[in-house]
Ligand binder design. Structure first.
Ligand code: PEP
Ligand code: MN
Length: 334
């Protein structure tokens, strides 16, 4: 349920109403927009007499929200959420590129990629330290050492870092990580999501599962947000369909749908969506054109030798060209 407050209501009047709702066992979520303040109510709203609330002097209207996601819902929070990562903002018209290798492989590799993608305009550095591989015999990532190397690259370049977590018990290792990624395979690891919801001061990049609906993605965001961490960035990374020409099928309509349903920023990962280097640039341009708030792109200094996802990794030169083309698209649509 949401209660829309009339413009001109005073702070003590609004506070009084919040206290009244909370006394009825409801959790409140306040969204102060430029035009209106909205009090979102979560819990058993059957105890609330809508007519009584609507009759209050400061209340403009009361509406029931039937969608199961509340905190992630745009009806609760009409303005776009802007997530600030060390001064780099994503959402509400602010666009950022996250780039780096699929996996951290060595100090030289991560530093070389970090420096080149930064020069081309990437704001954030990605790199997997814990890798969710289909086969247990494939490279599993450098784990804690990989995080150390990312932190070194962060110290040298100043770029905030993004890396994937697979187990809540690993959280202490992520203390200095700026954005914690939840991979597609863990989108519905609800215990992990709850743990990440308790984390403060870090953004969570939540990737869409291989076979998950957009409502399920928003429900997973809700798991994080309901524990108090509202810094969630959604990521469309392709879904599994009958098509085999690409690794996954990039669902670009997800960007528009998610932005309509939710206030959270939406980024697109054309690397995992297509699995093919030559498709990354056109799909990145398409994502920028349809209003994504950012991109996540895999870049490797030597894709042919990459320990993971070489076929979809761009060279630094290809990435540089992509950023220039994306910048042109951004300019054209603003
Ligand atoms: C990744 O970003 O490295 C990754 C494993 O992606 P996804 O979870 O989307 O497959
Ligand atoms: Mn990868």
């Amino acid at each position: 349920m949401i209660t829309v407050i009339k413009p001109g209501a005073t702070e003590p009047q609004i506070q009084n109403l919040i206290t009244w709702f909370e006394a009825r066992g409801l959790k409140t979520n306040i969204s102060e927009g430029e035009e209106q303040t909205i009090i979102g109510l979560i819990g058993d709203v059957t105890k609330v007499d809508i007519d009584l609330v609507e009759g209050l002097e400061i209340v403009d209207s009361v509406k029931r929200i039937s969608d199961p996601y509340k905190r992630a819902n745009r009806k609760f929070h009409p303005n776009d959420t802007v997530v600030d990562i060390g001064g780099h903002k994503i959402g509400g018209g602010e666009f950022q590129i996250i780039a780096g290798p699929c996996s951290v492989e060595s100090s030289e590799q991560i530093l070389s990629v970090a420096e080149s993608v930064q020069k081309s305009g990437a704001a954030l550095l990605r790199g997997g330290a814990f890798k969710p591989r289909t086969s247990p015999y494939d490279f599993q990532g450098m784990k804690a050492d990989g995080i150390e190397l990312l932190l070194e690259a962060k110290a040298k370049t100043g770029m905030p870092i993004v890396t994937e977590i697979m187990n809540g018990l690993h959280l202490p290792m992520f203390e200095h990580v700026d954005v914690i990624q939840v991979g597609a395979r863990n989108m519905q690891n609800f215990e992990l999501l709850k743990e990440l919801g308790k984390v403060r001061g870090k953004a969570i990049l939540l990737k869409r599962g291989l076979a998950n609906t957009l409502q399920e993605l928003l429900m997973s965001a809700e798991y994080i947000m309901s524990e108090g961490n509202e810094n969630v960035i959604l990521c469309e990374r392709g879904i599994r369909t009958f098509e085999t020409a690409t690794r996954n099928t990039l669902d670009l309509s997800a960007v528009s749908v998610l932005k309509e349903l939710s206030h959270l920023p939406v980024v697109v990962d054309p690397s995992h969506a297509t699995g093919k280097r030559n498709l990354v640039e056109p799909m990145a341009m398409a994502a920028a054109a349809c209003g994504a708030d950012g991109l996540m792109i895999e870049v490797h200094n030597n894709p042919a030798e990459a320990l993971c996802d070489g076929a979809q990794s761009l060279t630094p030169e290809q990435f540089d060209r992509l950023t220039k083309k994306v910048a042109k698209i951004r300019k054209a649509i603003i």
